[in-house]
Write a protein that binds this ligand. Structure first.
Ligand code: HEM
Length: 138
């Protein structure tokens, strides 16, 4: 397998994995009332966001962009895929907002927001994979 595509696949496995994990991690950080638990949990959540999810997202998007520029791919499936990826980026940013929110006000619950983001992410990742693997639009 060409190295660039391998890099793309490895990066997006890390990105998608982190994105599916983050909403649960964020929601779990607001349930307990112990102060130490909050501080450490908020720190862990921020580390997963800044050290795993964000670099993996940049690598997945960068390698994907390099792939389509190198192979001059401008097919319809790619346009639809980029639209789905834009939705994933939006969910990524919303996770960042929730990470900040649980750091500032840990007593506030964000369970409903996390469920919505989690469900949207599962749908967007499934659509993205279907678009790129089945290439239903030529
Ligand atoms: C801006 C972001 C992205 C761009 C520009 C991009 C672009 C590309 C391109 C041009 C290819 C090569 C397709 C081919 O050779 O037929 C590719 C492969 C692939 N992409 Fe992405 N991609 C991005 C993000 C993602 C994401 C977020 C996912 C998954 C959720 C994903 C999943 C895949 C898979 C599974 C392949 C391998 C397809 C195959 O070999 O048949 N990509 N991507």
């Amino acid at each position: 397998m060409p190295l660039l595509k391998l890099l793309h696949l490895m990066a997006l496995i890390c990105w998608c994995g982190a994105l599916l994990y983050l909403p649960a991690l964020i929601a779990a950080g607001t349930r307990r009332s112990d102060t130490l638990f909050y501080r450490d949990h908020g720190h862990l959540t921020r580390l997963v966001f800044t050290l795993i999810a964000t670099p993996a997202a940049l690598l997945a998007i960068g390698s994907g962009t390099a792939l389509f520029l190198r192979d001059s791919i401008f097919d319809a499936w790619l346009i639809f895929k980029l639209t789905a990826v834009a939705g994933m980026v939006l969910c990524h940013a919303l996770c960042g907002v929730l990470v900040l929110r649980i750091e500032r006000t840990p007593e506030r619950t964000v369970g409903r927001e996390c469920v919505l983001i989690g469900v949207a992410l599962v749908a967007l990742i499934a659509v993205t994979l279907w678009l790129v693997l089945a290439k239903p639009y030529g």
